[in-house]
Design a protein around this ligand. Structure first.
Ligand code: KG4
Ligand code: ZN
Length: 358
């Protein structure tokens, strides 16, 4: 077991999708640095993440991003490193934590291989981190969140509800059976030619028409449990557009569509997703009266409209509600380093055979 006295300094590395991220976290002090290179500009023209482009970009950026995190953490008074030398800050790092699942295999491999090389060179422990566990505990980076709590995690790749009993101890209550919530925003934004990523654009469009529900898209009443399904919603939006002569199913093209209609679709979609989240949270709270707080994490948790509506439920139930600040909602390495810290304390370390996606 690692020393309980000395604060541990963890280098976190995250390359599971389209962000190359590194962070230094020190228990007792918190996040010392968190750096990130976003590939959004590279993938924009394709309307989604292209795996091959993502992994190549991670390869290019991983070294500078990690060095930047080490420099910004101010771990050493040593001058900047000379070419060919290791960064002086590495001598202060006790543990290397890296996302090894789930994600794009080619992207995960870049981070894992980089972390393994560092761990071997420095002879420091390596810890493989589950990206979803990192998102779940991202709410604890800036807050003391009581246990057990309910966590709604919603991003471009995942949407799930968890009951969280303690650090590293959680149970999934429901998850999406098909598309993720963020994916629904991204796909509909693509259909409407609004750009990528769709979530923030849909929110802006919806705000311009005061978040009104124009089209009453289905809320998934056929799905009464705690699982989610967003692909049906996407289809419902498409068929509604066809009905309005705004979309051609055969050529998969948007027809002459007014800016007003795009705003109305965006607004109706956002209100619908928010209502589905509200419905599931209410249901989960009813099933688990011992819950002491609610958290909302992942890229979709940047959405101010959804946040405000979930907060309302929590206020009604007299429960505290926690959402990480935006830089910790989307993919980041601070959450990876944070999970690395409690795993290191428990000696839950990996070996150099650590693989991706297991
Ligand atoms: O967590 P994240 O950065 O990456 C994944 O792990 O997927 O989440 C990205 C997702 C995208 O689908 C994006 O459209 C969505 O989060 N997103 C939003 C907002 N900002 C980002 N969705 C709704 N409203 C937003 N403001
Ligand atoms: Zn993520």
């Amino acid at each position: 077991m690692m020393s309980a006295q000395k604060p541990l300094t963890i280098l976190g590395i995250e390359t599971s999708c389209d962000e190359t991220a590194a962070a230094v976290y020190q228990d007792g002090s918190g996040v010392l640095s968190s750096t990130l290179y976003s590939q959004i500009e590279l993938h924009k023209q394709y309307g989604g993440v292209v795996p091959e482009i993502a992994s190549r970009s991670h390869l290019e950026k991983i070294n500078p991003v990690v060095e930047q995190a080490l420099s910004q953490a101010n771990l050493t008074t040593a001058k900047e490193k000379k070419p060919g030398q290791l960064h002086a800050g590495l001598t202060t790092i006790d543990v290397i934590a890296v996302t090894n699942k789930p994600g794009l295999p080619g992207s995960l491999l870049v981070g894992v291989c980089f972390a393994k090389s560092l761990a071997w060179t420095l002879q420091k422990p390596l810890i493989g981190i589950d990206h979803l566990e990192a998102h779940i505990f991202s709410s604890c980076l800036e807050n003391q969140v009581p246990f057990p709590h309910l966590c709604l995690a919603a991003s471009g790749g995942h949407t799930a509800l968890y009951i969280v009993y303690d650090f590293g101890n959680y149970h999934i209550l429901g998850q999406t059976l098909d598309d993720a919530a963020g994916e629904a925003f991204d796909k509909i934004a693509k259909v409407l030619n609004l750009g990528y990523p769709g979530g923030p654009i849909i929110e802006k469009e919806a705000a311009s028409v005061d978040f009104k529900d124009f089209f009453a898209y289905p809320r998934g009443s056929q799905n009464p449990g705690l699982d989610f399904s967003f692909s049906g919603l996407k289809t419902a939006v498409l068929y509604d557009l066809v009905k309005r002569n705004a979309y051609d199913l055969h050529s998969k093209k948007l027809l002459n569509t007014s800016e007003e209609l795009k705003k109305q679709v965006s607004s109706s979609l956002l209100v619908c997703v928010s209502d589905i989240f509200k419905q599931k949270i209410e249901r989960a709270l009813k099933q688990h009266p011992d819950i002491k707080a609610v958290t909302f994490v992942g890229g979709v948790a940047c959405n101010a409209y959804i946040k405000a509506h979930l907060k309302e439920i929590c206020t009604r139930h007299k429960l505290p509600f926690f959402v990480p600040s935006p830089q910790y909602c989307g993919d980041n390495a601070a959450m990876v380093a944070f999970v690395g810290a409690y795993k290191a304390r428990r000696n839950q370390v990996s070996d150099l055979f650590l693989d991706i996606l297991k």
